[in-house]
Design a protein around this ligand. Structure first.
Ligand code: G16
Length: 548
C-alpha cells in the first residue's frame, strides 16, 4: 500500500479504537498498566508502534498483553525488543507520546516518530502477540493485531502464553533458531531436556524430594506448567494449585501476595516442611516457601534464589577451572542480610539498580555471568557469548579430565535451562529444582544459608505519586522537601534499620520498604514512614493505621 493510503487506513482503524479525551498514562516499570476498560486505544497504538519498531530494527518485535501481578480488572502491555529484552528507553518515551496523543493528534504523533527514527515505511514488519488469561486480554490483543495490520505489518498471534515464553520466541525468531525454536513446544523441549540432563546428576534423589507444590496464581503459569509436566517424566512431580479453575487471578495467591504478605497463598494444601512455590499472574516471577513444625512460615524470595544459583555456578566454575567473572545484581528491596552474605561470605561482586528488570538486565550484561534477581522473585542469569564459548569448548575438549568435564557439562545444561531473555518462573523453577537435587539440599538447608532481616512493605495512596523523586538506585528521596530527612530521623530510632520510598511504576501507589532487627521494629518503622509519606506527599483517604 502506498504511504498516504496507509495513513488513511491508520486513521480509519484508529477511530474504531478511540482514546478517551484527557486520559494520560505512562509507560511504567513494565509497560502500561491500568484498569482494562481504559486500554483499548493504547493496545491499538502499541500495535502501530511495535510495527514501526520492527521496520526500524528489521526484526520481529513482541507485544504481550498482561498486567502481571495486578488485580484481574487491570490489564497492560509490555513491548519486547529483538533479542527478547524489554523495549529500549527511547521507545518507551515514544510509547507514552503515542498513547497520550488525543484522537485528532494521533497521526501527527505517529508521523513524528517515523520522522525522528527515519523509518522506511515500505520495510517489511513482523510482530508476535501473546496474552495472559484475564477476560479482557482477548479483545485487547485483537486491538494490538488491528494496529499491526493498519500500518501494514505481519503478525503472529500466539494466544495464551506466559510473558517469558513470548520473550523467548521473539529471541528465537531473530536469531534464526540459534537460541531455539520459536514455538511453545520448542520452549518446552529445550527446557525439559536440559532439566532431565541435569537431574541425571542426582541419582539418589527420593520421590519425596522430587515433589513440588506450585501455586499458579490462577493465571497462565498453571496452564503452561500443566502442558509441559509430562516432558519432565518422573524427575519432577508437580502438584498444581490455584490453576484458574476456581479462584480469581492473583487474589490471595501468587508470588506478589506471598512476598508482600509473608504468608502462604490460600487454595494450597501444604504439608509441614514441604517445598512450595508461587508464580505471579504472567509467570515471570517465582518465590519459594515452606511451613515448619511450629507452623512458622519461611519465605525464600528472589534474594535467596540469587544466592542459591550463584553459589551453584561459583562451585561449578571452580571445579571446571574456568576463570569467569560472576556478579549478582539486586535492587534496594534486597534484604540487607543477602547483600552482606553475597559480598562478605561468597565474595561476589554485587550491584544495585533501580526497580524494573530492564535495569537489572543491562547491569548484568556487563559481566561474564550476571545473576540478577529482584527480591520479589523476578530474575534470571545472563552468560556473555565469550563465557558460553569457554564452557562449550571445555565440555567438548577430549583432553578435559572427568571432574572438569562433569562441571562443564553441568554448566552447559544450566545455560540451556535458563531463559536468558527475561525472568521466567518456569525456567527458574526447573533450575532451582535441579540445583537442590544435585546438591542433595533440602529447602530448609537452602533457607539456612543466611537469615533475612525482618522487613515490611506497605503502600500509601497519594494524589500524584510523581511528587516523589528518588536517587541512588531509589534509596534516597529528593522530593518532596523534608521527606528524606524525616525518614533518616525515623530510621535512627531502630537497630539495623533501613527504609526507602518510591513511586510504583505498575500501581497508583507509593511503596514503602523497611527492615530492622526485629519484626516489631520493621513494622513500627513502616507505619511511621508511611505517615511521613502521607503527610508530606499529599496522602489521600484515611491516614495509614498502625500494623498492630
Ligand atoms: C513489574 C516489573 C518488575 C517490578 C514490578 C513492581 O513486575 O517487571 O521489575 O519489580 O513490576 O514494580 P513497581 O514497584 O514499580 O510497581 P510484573 O511482574 O508486575 O511485570
Amino acid at each position: 500500500m502506498e504511504v498516504m493510503a496507509q495513513f488513511q487506513e491508520v486513521l480509519k482503524q484508529s477511530s474504531l479504537h478511540p482514546k478517551p479525551a484527557g486520559l494520560v498514562l505512562q509507560y511504567g516499570t513494565a509497560g502500561f498498566r491500568t484498569n482494562a476498560k481504559q486500554l483499548d486505544h493504547v493496545m491499538f497504538r502499541m500495535g502501530l508502534l511495535a510495527t514501526l519498531r520492527s521496520k526500524k530494527t528489521k526484526a520481529t518485535i513482541g507485544v504481550m498483553v498482561t498486567a502481571s501481578h495486578n488485580p484481574e480488572e487491570d490489564n497492560g502491555v509490555k513491548l519486547i525488543d529483538p533479542m527478547g529484552e524489554m523495549v529500549t528507553p527511547a521507545w518507551e518515551g515514544y510509547a507514552t507520546q503515542l498513547a497520550n496523543a488525543e484522537q485528532e493528534d494521533m497521526l501527527t504523533a505517529l508521523k513524528d516518530i517515523i520522522e525522528k527514527e527515519t523509518i522506511n515505511m515500505s520495510q517489511e514488519a513482523n510482530v508476535f502477540v501473546g496474552r495472559d488469561t484475564r477476560c479482557s486480554s482477548l479483545s485487547l490483543s485483537q486491538a494490538v493485531l488491528d494496529g499491526v495490520t493498519a500500518v501494514g505489518g505481519h503478525s503472529k498471534d500466539y494466544g495464551l502464553v506466559t510473558t517469558p515464553q513470548l520473550h523467548y520466541m521473539v529471541c528465537c525468531q531473530n536469531t534464526e533458531g540459534k537460541y531455539g525454536e520459536a514455538t511453545v513446544e520448542g520452549y518446552y523441549n529445550k527446557l525439559s531436556q536440559a532439566f532431565i540432563r541435569l537431574a541425571k546428576n542426582a541419582p539418589n534423589c527420593t520421590d519425596d524430594q522430587k515433589h513440588l507444590c506450585v501455586d499458579g496464581a490462577n493465571g497462565i503459569g498453571a496452564l503452561k506448567v500443566r502442558e509441559m509436566e509430562s516432558l519432565l517424566k518422573t524427575e519432577l512431580q508437580i502438584s498444581i494449585f490455584n490453576d484458574g479453575t476456581k479462584g480469581k487471578l492473583n487474589y490471595q495467591c501468587g508470588a506478589d501476595f506471598v512476598k508482600v504478605q509473608q504468608k502462604p497463598p490460600t487454595g494450597i494444601l501444604m504439608n509441614t516442611g514441604e517445598r512450595c512455590c508461587s508464580f505471579d499472574g504472567d509467570a515471570d516471577r517465582i518465590v519459594y516457601y515452606y511451613v515448619d513444625s511450629e507452623e512458622q512460615f519461611h519465605l525464600l524470595d528472589g534474594d535467596k534464589i540469587a544466592t542459591l544459583i550463584s553459589t551453584f555456578l561459583k562451585e561449578l566454575l571452580t571445579q571446571a577451572g574456568l576463570d569467569l567473572k560472576i556478579a549478582v545484581v539486586q535492587t534496594a528491596y534486597a534484604n540487607g542480610s543477602s547483600t552482606d552474605y553475597l559480598e562478605n561470605t561468597m565474595k561476589v561482586i554485587v550491584r544495585c539498580t533501580k526497580t524494573g528488570v530492564k535495569h537489572l538486565h543491562h547491569a548484568a550484561q556487563e559481566f561474564d555471568i550476571g545473576v540478577y534477581f529482584e527480591a520479589n522473585g523476578h530474575g534470571t542469569v545472563l552468560f556473555s557469548k565469550a563465557a558460553e564459548q569457554k564452557i562449550q569448548q571445555l565440555a567438548n575438549d577430549p583432553n578435559t579430565d572427568d571432574e572438569r568435564k562433569r562441571a562443564a557439562l553441568l554448566l552447559q545444561n544450566t545455560v540451556n535451562i535458563i531463559n536468558q531473555t527475561v525472568g521466567d518462573a518456569i525456567s527458574d523453577m526447573l533450575l532451582i529444582e535441579a540445583i537442590l537435587a544435585i546438591k542433595g539440599m533440602t529447602v530448609q538447608q537452602w533457607d539456612a544459608i543466611y537469615t533475612d532481616l525482618p522487613n515490611r512493605q506497605l503502600k500509601v495512596k497519594v494524589l500524584d505519586r510523581r511528587v516523589i523523586d528518588t536517587t541512588d538506585a531509589e534509596r534516597r528521596a529528593l522530593s518532596p522537601p523534608g521527606l528524606q530527612e524525616a525518614i533518616d530521623t525515623l530510621v535512627k530510632k531502630y537497630r539495623k534499620a533501613r527504609s526507602f520510598v518510591r513511586p510504583s511504576g505498575t500501581e497508583d501507589v507509593v511503596r514503602v520498604y523497611t527492615e530492622a532487627e526485629t519484626q516489631e521494629s520493621a513494622d513500627a518503622l513502616a507505619h511511621e514512614v508511611s505517615l511521613a509519606v502521607y503527610r508530606l506527599a499529599g496522602g489521600v483517604g484515611d491516614e495509614p493505621k498502625s500494623l498492630h
